[in-house]
Design a protein around this ligand. Sequence first.
Ligand SMILES: [Zn+2]
Length: 316
Amino acid sequence: MEVERKFIKIGERPDGSKVQLPIIKIKGEIGGPKVFIGVTIHGSEVTGQVSVWKLLDYIKKHGIKGELTIIPVMNPEGFNYNVRGIPESTIDLNRIYPGDPNGSFAERIVAKIWEIAKQHELIVDVHTAGKSIPFVILDPAPQPLRSKIEEYAYSMGITVLDEFPPEKYERRALAKSLPGVAIKENIPSFTVELPGYRGVDEVGAEAGYRALKNLLIKTGMIDGEFEELDNLVPVIKEKGYRRETIQSNYGGLVELHKKLGEKVNENETVATIRNVFGEVIGEVKSPWNGYIISINASSRVATGGSVASIAIKMKK
Ligand SMILES: [Zn+2]
């Protein structure tokens, strides 16, 4: 097995220091799949980097078949300064794929990632979702690609959800995310969201590692037994759910009444909102039946802000 670690230069900062993408390329026995794993396209989302260390430790001991490419930090600028996008800009790198090699700085970073990622048969984009359970998000895809993506996603052993409905998907420019462009090129791809708020979530990192290991077993890249993850993190095993956001009609401090993974009924109170004097100003009720997948991590909300995300059953 051959392991190569290097940096790919994208450009320079005003002071002449280099902006570069770290890349790990592992070549194993011939005949296996080609898999790409990318982490930290949102600079503040780091849990997946720890999952990758753990995965590399496993691979060192057990070897692989095929080729595995990992970019542990896809957004070096955001990572350095602990911001989602790029400092001094509000741009979201995961909304401008496939980028442009002669475009803006952000477009050049994304173009390089895409140039590398598209040479693979499976592309996994690892994020973190704050105080959340780990889950996979499936972008819309035509058949038979959709079935292939589902097969990989469910092999991970964590919750699998569909993206927002088409109007919201378009409005949020999610078709210009890494999985969005990969699917257009007929390459199976999805997003993995791990827990992590202002740093690494240790349980989330372990869950991410085991989920990625399960996935690589499924692809035939590594040997091993599928491992259930529901003793480590909440897992919604029912299929046919998608994510939604429960928004507050009031601004204030959030007092949550539900825990991660907990079932919620339509019209049930999820949170109480208090003003800065401590007085109750309103209740936030769930518009749907479902399961809590992430909760507001900052304990404060503006009108229209999210108090929690929920997995809801899709209408047939
Ligand atoms: Zn993200």
